[in-house]
Design a protein around this ligand. Structure first.
Ligand code: NI
Length: 389
Protein backbone atom coordinates (compact mmCIF):
# COMPACT_ATOMS: atom_id res chain seq x y z
CA UNK A 1 0.00 0.00 0.00
CA UNK A 2 1.22 3.40 -0.98
CA UNK A 3 -0.20 5.86 1.55
CA UNK A 4 1.69 9.15 1.42
CA UNK A 5 4.13 9.13 4.36
CA UNK A 6 3.44 12.73 5.30
CA UNK A 7 -0.29 12.09 5.46
CA UNK A 8 0.34 8.94 7.48
CA UNK A 9 2.38 10.84 10.07
CA UNK A 10 -0.53 13.27 10.47
CA UNK A 11 -3.11 10.52 10.88
CA UNK A 12 -3.74 11.35 14.56
CA UNK A 13 -4.75 14.87 13.55
CA UNK A 14 -7.16 13.46 10.95
CA UNK A 15 -8.62 11.03 13.47
CA UNK A 16 -9.12 13.81 16.03
CA UNK A 17 -10.84 15.93 13.39
CA UNK A 18 -13.07 13.02 12.35
CA UNK A 19 -14.01 12.26 15.96
CA UNK A 20 -14.90 15.90 16.56
CA UNK A 21 -17.19 15.89 13.52
CA UNK A 22 -18.68 12.57 14.60
CA UNK A 23 -19.47 13.91 18.07
CA UNK A 24 -21.25 16.94 16.59
CA UNK A 25 -23.50 15.65 13.81
CA UNK A 26 -25.77 18.10 12.00
CA UNK A 27 -28.75 17.39 9.74
CA UNK A 28 -29.43 18.57 6.19
CA UNK A 29 -28.80 22.31 5.60
CA UNK A 30 -28.06 22.80 9.31
CA UNK A 31 -24.34 21.91 9.10
CA UNK A 32 -23.29 25.28 10.56
CA UNK A 33 -20.66 24.06 13.00
CA UNK A 34 -19.28 21.57 10.49
CA UNK A 35 -19.19 24.27 7.82
CA UNK A 36 -17.32 26.60 10.21
CA UNK A 37 -14.75 23.89 10.99
CA UNK A 38 -14.21 23.05 7.33
CA UNK A 39 -13.84 26.71 6.35
CA UNK A 40 -11.41 27.41 9.20
CA UNK A 41 -9.33 24.35 8.35
CA UNK A 42 -9.07 25.30 4.68
CA UNK A 43 -8.24 28.92 5.49
CA UNK A 44 -5.49 27.77 7.87
CA UNK A 45 -3.84 26.02 4.91
CA UNK A 46 -3.94 29.23 2.89
CA UNK A 47 -6.72 27.94 0.63
CA UNK A 48 -9.24 30.49 -0.67
CA UNK A 49 -12.60 29.78 0.97
CA UNK A 50 -16.03 30.61 -0.43
CA UNK A 51 -19.14 30.05 1.65
CA UNK A 52 -22.88 30.29 1.28
CA UNK A 53 -23.81 28.00 -1.63
CA UNK A 54 -26.80 25.97 -0.43
CA UNK A 55 -26.41 27.82 2.88
CA UNK A 56 -23.79 25.76 4.63
CA UNK A 57 -21.80 24.68 1.56
CA UNK A 58 -18.06 25.40 1.55
CA UNK A 59 -15.87 25.66 -1.55
CA UNK A 60 -12.07 25.82 -1.33
CA UNK A 61 -10.06 26.83 -4.38
CA UNK A 62 -6.38 25.96 -4.71
CA UNK A 63 -4.70 27.13 -7.91
CA UNK A 64 -1.17 26.30 -8.94
CA UNK A 65 0.65 27.14 -12.17
CA UNK A 66 -0.92 28.53 -15.35
CA UNK A 67 -2.94 25.63 -16.68
CA UNK A 68 -6.65 26.30 -17.20
CA UNK A 69 -7.39 22.71 -16.18
CA UNK A 70 -9.58 22.34 -13.10
CA UNK A 71 -11.09 19.43 -11.20
CA UNK A 72 -13.66 19.25 -8.42
CA UNK A 73 -13.34 16.95 -5.41
CA UNK A 74 -16.48 16.56 -3.36
CA UNK A 75 -17.26 15.48 0.20
CA UNK A 76 -20.62 15.46 1.97
CA UNK A 77 -21.01 16.88 5.50
CA UNK A 78 -24.49 15.97 6.78
CA UNK A 79 -25.61 13.43 9.37
CA UNK A 80 -28.79 11.37 9.79
CA UNK A 81 -31.75 11.46 12.18
CA UNK A 82 -30.59 8.26 13.91
CA UNK A 83 -30.08 7.68 17.64
CA UNK A 84 -26.49 6.47 18.02
CA UNK A 85 -26.09 3.20 19.95
CA UNK A 86 -22.27 3.31 20.17
CA UNK A 87 -20.65 3.95 23.55
CA UNK A 88 -17.16 5.08 22.49
CA UNK A 89 -15.97 8.53 23.61
CA UNK A 90 -16.60 10.22 20.24
CA UNK A 91 -20.25 9.12 20.07
CA UNK A 92 -22.81 11.75 19.13
CA UNK A 93 -23.43 14.46 21.70
CA UNK A 94 -26.84 15.10 20.11
CA UNK A 95 -29.55 12.58 20.82
CA UNK A 96 -31.32 11.62 17.63
CA UNK A 97 -28.58 12.77 15.28
CA UNK A 98 -25.72 10.62 14.09
CA UNK A 99 -23.00 10.33 11.47
CA UNK A 100 -24.30 6.91 10.47
CA UNK A 101 -23.15 7.17 6.85
CA UNK A 102 -19.53 8.19 7.39
CA UNK A 103 -19.79 11.71 6.00
CA UNK A 104 -17.59 12.74 8.95
CA UNK A 105 -14.88 10.52 7.45
CA UNK A 106 -15.48 11.82 3.93
CA UNK A 107 -15.05 15.40 5.15
CA UNK A 108 -11.90 14.54 7.11
CA UNK A 109 -10.31 12.68 4.17
CA UNK A 110 -10.84 15.60 1.80
CA UNK A 111 -9.49 18.07 4.37
CA UNK A 112 -6.42 15.86 4.80
CA UNK A 113 -5.84 15.99 1.05
CA UNK A 114 -6.35 19.77 0.98
CA UNK A 115 -3.76 20.18 3.71
CA UNK A 116 -1.21 18.10 1.80
CA UNK A 117 -1.85 19.75 -1.56
CA UNK A 118 -1.59 23.25 -0.09
CA UNK A 119 1.77 22.33 1.42
CA UNK A 120 2.96 20.55 -1.75
CA UNK A 121 1.59 22.47 -4.73
CA UNK A 122 3.33 20.21 -7.25
CA UNK A 123 0.55 20.27 -9.82
CA UNK A 124 -0.57 22.57 -12.62
CA UNK A 125 -4.18 23.69 -12.54
CA UNK A 126 -7.00 24.35 -10.08
CA UNK A 127 -8.43 22.04 -7.45
CA UNK A 128 -11.93 22.93 -6.28
CA UNK A 129 -12.73 21.32 -2.91
CA UNK A 130 -16.52 21.01 -2.61
CA UNK A 131 -18.05 20.39 0.82
CA UNK A 132 -21.77 19.99 0.38
CA UNK A 133 -24.71 19.89 2.78
CA UNK A 134 -27.74 17.63 2.72
CA UNK A 135 -26.70 14.56 0.78
CA UNK A 136 -29.06 12.31 2.72
CA UNK A 137 -32.42 13.77 1.96
CA UNK A 138 -32.70 17.09 0.23
CA UNK A 139 -30.14 17.07 -2.55
CA UNK A 140 -27.59 19.60 -1.31
CA UNK A 141 -25.54 18.93 -4.45
CA UNK A 142 -28.49 19.93 -6.63
CA UNK A 143 -28.98 23.13 -4.66
CA UNK A 144 -25.29 24.08 -4.94
CA UNK A 145 -25.48 23.50 -8.70
CA UNK A 146 -28.68 25.56 -8.99
CA UNK A 147 -26.99 28.37 -7.10
CA UNK A 148 -24.13 28.43 -9.60
CA UNK A 149 -21.47 26.03 -8.29
CA UNK A 150 -20.03 25.19 -11.69
CA UNK A 151 -20.41 28.70 -13.12
CA UNK A 152 -18.58 30.22 -10.17
CA UNK A 153 -16.00 27.43 -9.95
CA UNK A 154 -15.74 25.79 -13.38
CA UNK A 155 -14.23 22.31 -13.45
CA UNK A 156 -13.49 19.85 -16.25
CA UNK A 157 -14.46 16.85 -14.16
CA UNK A 158 -15.74 16.08 -10.69
CA UNK A 159 -14.94 13.23 -8.31
CA UNK A 160 -16.61 11.71 -5.26
CA UNK A 161 -15.89 8.93 -2.77
CA UNK A 162 -18.06 6.97 -0.32
CA UNK A 163 -16.99 4.46 2.29
CA UNK A 164 -18.41 0.98 1.76
CA UNK A 165 -18.92 -1.43 4.67
CA UNK A 166 -18.43 -5.01 3.56
CA UNK A 167 -15.59 -4.04 1.25
CA UNK A 168 -12.30 -4.78 3.06
CA UNK A 169 -10.23 -1.83 4.27
CA UNK A 170 -7.43 -1.27 1.78
CA UNK A 171 -9.66 -2.02 -1.20
CA UNK A 172 -11.64 0.21 -3.53
CA UNK A 173 -14.42 -0.40 -6.05
CA UNK A 174 -14.70 1.56 -9.29
CA UNK A 175 -17.65 1.25 -11.64
CA UNK A 176 -17.42 2.27 -15.27
CA UNK A 177 -21.00 3.44 -15.82
CA UNK A 178 -23.81 3.12 -13.26
CA UNK A 179 -22.83 2.82 -9.60
CA UNK A 180 -25.97 3.89 -7.71
CA UNK A 181 -29.64 3.86 -8.71
CA UNK A 182 -32.19 6.62 -9.05
CA UNK A 183 -34.80 7.00 -6.32
CA UNK A 184 -38.12 8.10 -7.82
CA UNK A 185 -41.48 8.23 -6.07
CA UNK A 186 -44.98 8.06 -7.41
CA UNK A 187 -48.57 8.57 -6.29
CA UNK A 188 -51.56 7.40 -8.27
CA UNK A 189 -54.93 8.88 -7.44
CA UNK A 190 -57.92 6.80 -8.58
CA UNK A 191 -61.23 8.63 -8.77
CA UNK A 192 -64.45 6.66 -9.18
CA UNK A 193 -67.97 7.10 -7.79
CA UNK A 194 -68.79 6.11 -4.26
CA UNK A 195 -71.76 3.81 -3.74
CA UNK A 196 -73.59 1.66 -1.22
CA UNK A 197 -71.66 -1.58 -0.90
CA UNK A 198 -74.87 -3.50 -1.48
CA UNK A 199 -75.44 -1.72 -4.80
CA UNK A 200 -71.98 -1.64 -6.43
CA UNK A 201 -73.44 -1.25 -9.93
CA UNK A 202 -74.48 2.29 -9.00
CA UNK A 203 -70.87 3.32 -8.42
CA UNK A 204 -67.43 3.01 -10.01
CA UNK A 205 -65.17 1.20 -7.59
CA UNK A 206 -61.67 2.78 -7.36
CA UNK A 207 -60.55 0.10 -4.92
CA UNK A 208 -61.08 -2.75 -7.37
CA UNK A 209 -59.39 -0.66 -10.07
CA UNK A 210 -56.50 -0.06 -7.66
CA UNK A 211 -56.13 -3.76 -6.94
CA UNK A 212 -55.99 -4.45 -10.68
CA UNK A 213 -53.50 -1.62 -11.10
CA UNK A 214 -51.15 -2.97 -8.39
CA UNK A 215 -51.02 -6.23 -10.30
CA UNK A 216 -50.79 -4.67 -13.75
CA UNK A 217 -47.89 -2.45 -12.73
CA UNK A 218 -45.83 -5.54 -11.98
CA UNK A 219 -45.72 -6.10 -15.71
CA UNK A 220 -43.67 -2.94 -16.22
CA UNK A 221 -40.38 -4.48 -15.11
CA UNK A 222 -41.15 -8.01 -16.31
CA UNK A 223 -42.68 -7.21 -19.72
CA UNK A 224 -41.75 -3.70 -20.77
CA UNK A 225 -38.01 -3.55 -20.01
CA UNK A 226 -35.05 -5.27 -21.55
CA UNK A 227 -34.37 -8.20 -19.20
CA UNK A 228 -30.72 -7.17 -19.13
CA UNK A 229 -31.65 -3.83 -17.53
CA UNK A 230 -32.06 -3.74 -13.76
CA UNK A 231 -35.06 -2.04 -12.21
CA UNK A 232 -37.45 -2.36 -9.31
CA UNK A 233 -40.95 -0.96 -9.02
CA UNK A 234 -42.32 -1.38 -5.51
CA UNK A 235 -45.81 -0.36 -4.46
CA UNK A 236 -45.59 0.50 -0.79
CA UNK A 237 -48.86 2.32 -0.08
CA UNK A 238 -52.53 1.64 -0.85
CA UNK A 239 -55.14 3.80 0.86
CA UNK A 240 -58.90 3.52 0.37
CA UNK A 241 -62.08 3.62 2.38
CA UNK A 242 -62.88 4.87 5.83
CA UNK A 243 -64.51 3.34 8.89
CA UNK A 244 -67.62 2.01 7.23
CA UNK A 245 -67.97 -1.55 5.99
CA UNK A 246 -70.87 -0.77 3.71
CA UNK A 247 -69.54 2.07 1.58
CA UNK A 248 -67.58 1.78 -1.64
CA UNK A 249 -65.23 4.76 -1.49
CA UNK A 250 -64.97 7.39 -4.21
CA UNK A 251 -61.17 7.50 -4.22
CA UNK A 252 -58.13 5.32 -3.69
CA UNK A 253 -54.45 6.22 -3.64
CA UNK A 254 -51.44 4.07 -4.45
CA UNK A 255 -47.82 5.04 -3.82
CA UNK A 256 -44.38 3.56 -4.27
CA UNK A 257 -40.83 3.88 -5.50
CA UNK A 258 -38.85 3.13 -8.65
CA UNK A 259 -35.12 2.34 -8.75
CA UNK A 260 -33.02 1.85 -11.84
CA UNK A 261 -29.62 2.77 -13.26
CA UNK A 262 -30.30 4.39 -16.61
CA UNK A 263 -32.21 7.59 -17.33
CA UNK A 264 -33.68 6.00 -20.46
CA UNK A 265 -35.04 3.10 -18.38
CA UNK A 266 -36.52 5.64 -15.96
CA UNK A 267 -38.25 7.30 -18.91
CA UNK A 268 -39.53 3.94 -20.18
CA UNK A 269 -40.91 3.02 -16.76
CA UNK A 270 -42.73 6.32 -16.37
CA UNK A 271 -44.22 6.04 -19.87
CA UNK A 272 -45.34 2.45 -19.26
CA UNK A 273 -46.92 3.42 -15.95
CA UNK A 274 -48.89 6.23 -17.66
CA UNK A 275 -50.09 3.78 -20.28
CA UNK A 276 -51.12 1.10 -17.78
CA UNK A 277 -52.81 3.59 -15.46
CA UNK A 278 -54.90 4.95 -18.32
CA UNK A 279 -55.81 1.48 -19.58
CA UNK A 280 -56.75 -0.04 -16.23
CA UNK A 281 -58.70 3.06 -15.27
CA UNK A 282 -60.64 2.94 -18.54
CA UNK A 283 -61.43 -0.74 -18.05
CA UNK A 284 -62.91 0.02 -14.63
CA UNK A 285 -64.63 3.27 -15.55
CA UNK A 286 -62.56 5.37 -13.15
CA UNK A 287 -59.96 8.10 -13.61
CA UNK A 288 -56.32 7.60 -12.71
CA UNK A 289 -53.81 10.40 -12.25
CA UNK A 290 -50.14 9.46 -12.02
CA UNK A 291 -47.84 11.86 -10.20
CA UNK A 292 -44.34 10.53 -10.99
CA UNK A 293 -41.62 12.49 -9.22
CA UNK A 294 -37.97 12.17 -10.12
CA UNK A 295 -35.76 11.89 -7.06
CA UNK A 296 -31.98 11.61 -7.16
CA UNK A 297 -30.99 10.55 -10.68
CA UNK A 298 -28.86 7.44 -11.26
CA UNK A 299 -25.19 7.95 -10.38
CA UNK A 300 -23.31 7.18 -13.58
CA UNK A 301 -19.53 7.38 -13.85
CA UNK A 302 -18.06 8.41 -17.19
CA UNK A 303 -15.81 5.77 -18.74
CA UNK A 304 -12.69 7.87 -19.24
CA UNK A 305 -12.72 9.23 -15.68
CA UNK A 306 -13.48 5.79 -14.22
CA UNK A 307 -10.44 4.44 -16.09
CA UNK A 308 -8.30 7.27 -14.71
CA UNK A 309 -9.45 6.59 -11.15
CA UNK A 310 -8.79 2.89 -11.65
CA UNK A 311 -5.20 3.71 -12.72
CA UNK A 312 -4.64 5.98 -9.73
CA UNK A 313 -6.06 3.41 -7.33
CA UNK A 314 -4.09 0.54 -8.85
CA UNK A 315 -0.90 2.52 -8.23
CA UNK A 316 -2.08 3.29 -4.70
CA UNK A 317 -3.21 -0.13 -3.45
CA UNK A 318 -2.29 -2.55 -6.24
CA UNK A 319 -4.59 -3.72 -9.02
CA UNK A 320 -5.94 -6.77 -7.11
CA UNK A 321 -7.32 -4.38 -4.49
CA UNK A 322 -9.31 -2.37 -7.03
CA UNK A 323 -12.60 -4.09 -7.78
CA UNK A 324 -14.02 -3.25 -11.18
CA UNK A 325 -16.81 -5.83 -11.24
CA UNK A 326 -18.67 -5.05 -7.99
CA UNK A 327 -22.43 -4.97 -8.45
CA UNK A 328 -23.83 -1.44 -8.34
CA UNK A 329 -26.11 -0.50 -5.43
CA UNK A 330 -29.88 0.09 -5.62
CA UNK A 331 -29.31 2.87 -3.07
CA UNK A 332 -29.15 6.47 -4.30
CA UNK A 333 -26.66 9.33 -4.01
CA UNK A 334 -26.98 13.03 -4.82
CA UNK A 335 -23.48 13.20 -6.32
CA UNK A 336 -25.49 12.03 -9.33
CA UNK A 337 -26.51 15.66 -9.93
CA UNK A 338 -22.85 16.64 -10.27
CA UNK A 339 -22.22 13.75 -12.66
CA UNK A 340 -25.14 14.95 -14.78
CA UNK A 341 -23.33 18.26 -15.22
CA UNK A 342 -19.73 17.08 -15.52
CA UNK A 343 -17.84 13.92 -16.41
CA UNK A 344 -16.40 12.24 -13.36
CA UNK A 345 -16.27 9.24 -11.11
CA UNK A 346 -17.58 8.21 -7.69
CA UNK A 347 -15.59 5.43 -6.05
CA UNK A 348 -16.20 3.24 -3.02
CA UNK A 349 -13.46 2.97 -0.40
CA UNK A 350 -13.59 -0.20 1.70
CA UNK A 351 -14.65 0.53 5.28
CA UNK A 352 -13.99 -3.02 6.47
CA UNK A 353 -16.05 -6.13 6.74
CA UNK A 354 -19.00 -4.70 8.70
CA UNK A 355 -18.98 -7.30 11.46
CA UNK A 356 -22.17 -7.24 13.51
CA UNK A 357 -24.15 -5.87 10.60
CA UNK A 358 -22.69 -2.39 10.76
CA UNK A 359 -23.85 -1.24 7.41
CA UNK A 360 -24.49 2.38 6.52
CA UNK A 361 -27.37 4.02 8.43
CA UNK A 362 -27.10 1.46 11.25
CA UNK A 363 -27.10 2.95 14.80
CA UNK A 364 -23.90 0.98 15.57
CA UNK A 365 -22.04 2.13 12.45
CA UNK A 366 -18.75 4.03 12.64
CA UNK A 367 -16.36 5.24 9.97
CA UNK A 368 -13.12 3.26 10.00
CA UNK A 369 -10.32 5.62 11.14
CA UNK A 370 -7.68 3.32 9.67
CA UNK A 371 -8.68 4.29 6.13
CA UNK A 372 -8.48 8.07 6.61
CA UNK A 373 -4.85 8.38 5.35
CA UNK A 374 -5.64 6.07 2.44
CA UNK A 375 -8.62 8.15 1.33
CA UNK A 376 -6.63 11.38 1.60
CA UNK A 377 -3.77 9.81 -0.36
CA UNK A 378 -6.18 8.80 -3.13
CA UNK A 379 -7.39 12.38 -3.49
CA UNK A 380 -3.80 13.66 -3.65
CA UNK A 381 -2.72 11.06 -6.20
CA UNK A 382 -5.77 11.82 -8.31
CA UNK A 383 -4.88 15.53 -8.40
CA UNK A 384 -1.25 14.75 -9.19
CA UNK A 385 -2.33 12.52 -12.06
CA UNK A 386 -5.02 14.76 -13.57
CA UNK A 387 -3.17 18.02 -13.10
CA UNK A 388 0.34 16.69 -13.71
CA UNK A 389 3.01 19.28 -14.40
NI1 NI B 1 -23.67 8.57 2.55
Amino acid sequence: MNVLPEIFTKRDELVALRHDLHAHPELAFQEQRTSDRVAAFLAAQGIAVHRGLAGTGVVGVLKCGDSPRAIGLRADMDALPVREQNLFPHRSKHDGRMHACGHDGHTAMLLGAAQYLAAHPDFDGTVVFIFQPAEESDGGARVMIEQGLFQLYPVDAVFGMHNWPGLPAGQFAVHSGPVMACADQFDILLRGHGAHAAMPHQGRDPLLAGAALVQALQSVVSRRLDPLDSAVLSITQFFAGGEAYNIIPAEARIGGTVRTFKPEVEDAIEAAMEHICAGVAAAHGVQATLDYRRGYPPTVNSQAEAALCQDVLSDLVGAPNVLTDAAPSMGAEDFSYMLREKPGCYVWIGNGLAEGGCMLHNPHYDFNDAILPLGSSYWVRLVQKLLAN
